[in-house]
Ligand binder design. Structure first.
Ligand SMILES: [Zn+2]
Length: 344
């Protein structure tokens, strides 16, 4: 089967149509088949949204330009994170609450933009469905790409912990979500106990772990994916290799493809590790009877041009259907040459 290759990129509204044509032509030459423009970055939209703050309708402009170059367009949207001031003001209850009792709205963990919303909230579900409906209506759009479709990392990737002066050798309460009243009530209805007050060691509870994985899977499978699918859009997701730490059972998701972010540098790992995670991701999907393409997500700042061929090799040999590169801003001429030799 022919490989399919993707590129995450920022939809710079200042670029002219001619600039885009030139870039898209280069990408096509280098063997890219699809671009993932970041059309919702957790605070602003890059299409003519009627319910979100809009920068400019870049997405609508990009679609015909990309199609003319023979490239698919997949709208990349952050999902659970929301830093829109009006939303934060009007719906404080929409935000995840930690085991310590703090809301991500008031005290986002790790970084200022980590304001994750709670998947149990009907208002959040409707808010996200409205976005899916708007994107699903966009003519010619090939797909919708779900990112930040998870809980905050209860344990950060190893190489990131020192950046925040952290040693996370267990699940600390201030990074463990969501203990809002709705999530606790939902768990109590199923299991008869309150995860906050009745569990002696909440991180050790398989049932509570599973309950939160299921909240995200349900949102993906029942609320979001069907909307895009009904409009003929391919549904894909950017997912974590350390899926347990973000409660992200993506092997059970009914999406059309998964793009695991195999950012080896974040985990102090080498290129072989990328292949191991392509293989284990495919195996986990197979275990639950799911068969869909997995595209190996590579973090270009940690994969210089001279390492790209090996990163592609280990991915493809381990069963990836292609690669997805993060991101255009770090894409060097040398990367393009390697891609062209391999796929062009
Ligand atoms: Zn909650």
């Amino acid at each position: 089967m022919k490989a399919k290759n993707w590129l995450w990129l920022g939809p710079d509204p200042e670029l002219s149509d001619d600039d885009w044509r030139r870039r898209l032509g280069q990408l096509k030459n280098a063997g890219f088949d699809a671009i993932l423009p970041e059309v919702f970055n957790n605070s602003k939209a890059f299409w003519a949204s009627e319910h979100l703050p809009v920068v400019a309708p870049v997405l609508e402009r990009l679609i015909p330009l990309a199609h003319a170059a023979g490239i698919e367009v997949h709208a990349w949207s952050h999902i659970m994170t929301c830093n829109i001031p009006d939303v934060m003001e009007a719906h404080p209850e929409w935000y995840d609450v930690s085991r310590k009792g703090e809301s991500t709205r008031d005290k986002p963990p790790y970084v200022g933009y980590y304001r994750f919303m709670c998947p149990s909230r009907p208002g959040v579900q409707q808010f996200l469905q409205t976005r899916m409906k708007e994107l699903a209506r966009i003519e010619g759009l090939d797909g919708i790409h779900l990112d930040y479709i998870r809980f905050p990392d209860v344990i950060l990737a190893e190489a990131l912990q020192p950046k925040y002066d952290l040693v996370q050798d267990s699940e600390f309460p201030e990074y463990d979500f969501c203990y809002c009243d709705l999530c606790r009530e939902g768990f109590r209805e199923q299991h008869g106990i309150d995860p906050l007050t009745d569990l002696e060691d909440a991180p050790a509870s398989d049932a509570w772990f599973q309950y939160r994985c299921d909240l995200i899977s349900r949102l993906v499978n029942e609320d979001l994916t069907p909307i895009g699918r009904a409009a003929g859009k391919q549904m894909t997701a950017a997912v974590f290799p350390n899926w347990r730490h973000v409660r992200q059972e993506w092997h059970k998701w009914e999406v059309d493809a998964v793009l695991p972010m195999l950012y080896n540098g974040f985990y102090n790992e080498d290129l072989q590790w990328i292949g191991e995670h392509c293989a284990s991701g495919n195996a986990r999907m197979q275990d639950v009877g799911v068969s869909k393409p997995l595209y190996s997500g590579l973090y270009l700042p940690d994969v210089p041009p001279e390492q790209l061929q090996q990163a592609i090799d280990v991915s493809m040999q381990a069963g990836a259907a292609g690669v997805s590169l993060f991101s255009q801003g770090s894409l060097e001429e040398g990367h393009l040459q390697v891609m062209q030799r391999y796929f062009g």
